[in-house]
Design a binder for this molecule. Sequence first.
Ligand code: AMP
Length: 492
Amino acid sequence: MCGIVGISAESNVAAEIYDSLLMLQHRGQDAAGMVVCDSEGKLNSRKSMGYVRDVFQQNHMNKLVGNYGIGHVRYPTAGGAGKEFAQPMYVNSPYGISLAHNGNLTNSKELARQLFHAEMRHLNTDSDSEVLLNIFAHELGKQREIYPSAEHIFKAITKTHRRCDGAYAVLALITGHGILGFRDNNAIRPLSIGIRKGQTRDEYIIASEDALFTSQGFEKLRDVEPGEAVFIDKKGIFFSQQCAEKPQKKPCIFEYVYFSRPDSKIDEISVYKARMRMGSKLAKSIKNIKPNHDIDVVIPIPDSSTTAALQLSVDLDVPYREGFVKNRYIGRTFIMPYQEERKKSVRRKLNILDLEFRGKNVLLVDDSIVRGTTSKKIIEMAKESGAKKVYFASAAPAIKYQNLYGIDMPATKELVASNRTHEEVAKEIGADWLIYQTLEDLIDTVQYGNPDIKEFETSIFTGDYITPLGENYLQDLEDSRQDDVKAQRENA
Ligand code: AMP
């Protein structure tokens, strides 16, 4: 997963892009970068591996002069991990274009072949973002305009949409001209626009999540629509156009379950409220299935499940207790590359408060179960601390299929629920009983916030992928995501 932000203002934007990237850090901790353009049309940039606070030092910030720019935080989902994958990526023709991408193209191999054979463009990485950048650059360059207007840019986006399949929320900086944002036909990944009054003009921000707008003094204008492109030229004039032939909003439901900040609203749906409703629905299901349950306490697995767990406990009328204390200064366990490392890191990440477990029947709540590594370890810890029975509730349905749209999920065969029944998963993770949210309930909880959205991207639960897939795409991705393959790649 990745986070992107672009700002166009009257004065230097680097400090605000930096603060925005800090607020998007949860979307990617592998690499960070920023490029800004100054009044002479010169680009200033900095990108490197690591957390935002480590990538940008005062000496870098001093050089990042420019009143419009874009930034990126990266968390690899497809393609390798390394400095050459850090974004924004740059291509010098036409005009000099930098690009920051959140998502994943599902026909990038075919496009890479076309770029090489028909368009004679060299790609330096296997990153689909580099492919996307070159496709857009090629389509814009074909118009042979020295000074591109918004109309030229939107025409190039229309052609880009026709060629690219998959998920992409994108920001691009066109050197000397302005910043551009666009979303794929289905609007799978989020992208919102904010506005602020300057002295002489309106100032704009476009970002993966709107939670960062208020802290930078912006007000939310709206979300970018599926297939739409917006362009803010260097003088701050705002243009927008629908560039897709058949746009249909189908946002990724997992943003609401896990990825986004609770203080964000995505496509007009509050993530926080959606999570509360997830808790309510789970409570309702528990009451239906186990009307005489013997749950003594509800305990969240911090952090992403706390909102759902609190509401679940209220609706179930069972006390909510904090049974785990999170060490905030280590990364997410998922990020550790290999299984052994991952197992150890759960204990490093969460410390248990024994007194909340001793002699009790506890219901542990998590937002989702992926490999099952976290839940298994946590249940083990709960039992060691004297819990009588450990029940487990997942705010998301069983994850059975790999994600193709920009979320770092393991290969299908490494997902604990991929070929197990709920009972088998419960046994595998050591739970005395396990309840998953049903997909129908999950969709209800999210859709309630914006009934105009008729469909969501839910393929990790159903295996129904909503975009065309390139030849062998599924199998290639499955192969490249297995732990042993990742290990080999990293060693190389
Ligand atoms: P696992 O141990 O693999 O079952 O991981 C489950 C935990 O990982 C849950 O607590 C989720 O909060 C978290 N999680 C879910 N999806 C992801 C993801 N794509 N990247 C990192 N963590 C995740």
